[in-house]
Design a protein around this ligand. Structure first.
Ligand SMILES: [Zn+2]
Length: 266
């Protein structure tokens, strides 16, 4: 039985006789952590993204923005507190804020459809953890901000907003399959891409969608154009990244050598 630790890295090594209890490793909300697995650790690896490097296998786990600790089998990993700041927006069209019954029903049905799509788990291709930024533009709202609409507290902003002029190209950040497209109450013209192994991305408020459900796209292929459909204050892309249904910080996937940075603390 062997255990090594560092700030964001944990080696899990399990003997035939027992498991370990571990509490010193820490993680950051909205980020991923890598856990090194030994050959006998199969019980922890089902339905998780496993990256192989040389002889080693690493399980990649998402950390939710409000998670306090991660429990994997008998392991506990503490999650640090992080202040993401806040964002206050004004939406003058009050029918987009206080929904009538019809819109509420529509938004609810759409949320169920999106939830089902986000649960997709395909295992024919492993995702890259090295994404391209889908739009050339200015970051107008970061991941994790507490959100207030017309001074009322709302759900936190668990996506990245990139402002760009209407019609700016949106590209696939990595190879993917298009699993949902449509026009939604909040998201406007909307796309979900499946990158494999529970890694999905979504694109909201588009003026134009140029792909269809079932299409396979390659990294940097055009998927649509920036717009201001749905509930928005101006043209931008609202870009969400999911792993295992957990929304993580999209900006991390844009860092050069992000995967290496997760693995390097051996
Ligand atoms: Zn947004």
């Amino acid at each position: 039985m062997r255990l090594l630790k560092s700030r964001n890295f944990l080696i899990v090594s399990i003997s035939a006789f027992c498991c370990l209890v571990y509490s010193e490793t820490v993680a950051t909300p909205g980020e991923l952590i890598a856990i090194k697995l030994n050959e006998n650790a199969q019980e922890y690896s089902s339905n998780n993204l496993i990256i192989e490097q040389g002889k080693n296998k690493y399980m990649i786990i998402p950390v939710a923005h409000d998670q306090k600790e991660i429990i994997i089998g008998k392991y506990k990993i503490k999650v640090l507190e992080k202040d993401f700041g806040e964002s206050r927006i004004t939406i003058s069209n009050l029918s987009m804020v206080d929904l009538n019954n019809e819109d509420m029903e529509r938004a609810y049905k759409e949320s169920q459809l999106i939830r089902a799509a986000i649960s997709t788990y395909s295992d024919n291709k492993k995702p890259s953890l090295n994404f391209l930024q889908p739009v050339d533009g200015v970051i107008s709202s970061r991941y994790g901000k507490k959100r207030f609409i017309n001074d009322s507290p709302r759900s936190p902003h668990l996506a990245l907003d990139i402002a760009a002029p209407e019609g700016t190209s949106i590209i696939a950040p990595a190879d993917a399959k298009v699993i949902l497209t449509g026009n939604f109450f909040y998201g406007g013209n909307y796309i979900i891409l499946d990158h494999g192994y529970g890694m999905l991305t979504s694109y909201s408020h588009l003026s134009k969608i140029v792909v269809a459900k079932g299409d396979m796209v390659k990294q940097s292929d055009l998927i649509g154009e920036v717009g201001s459909t749905g509930r928005v204050t101006g043209p931008h892309l609202h870009w969400t990244v999911y792993l295992n249904k957990v929304r993580i910080n999209p900006e991390s996937l844009l860092k050069e050598n992000y995967l290496s940075s997760l693995l390097e603390a051996i």
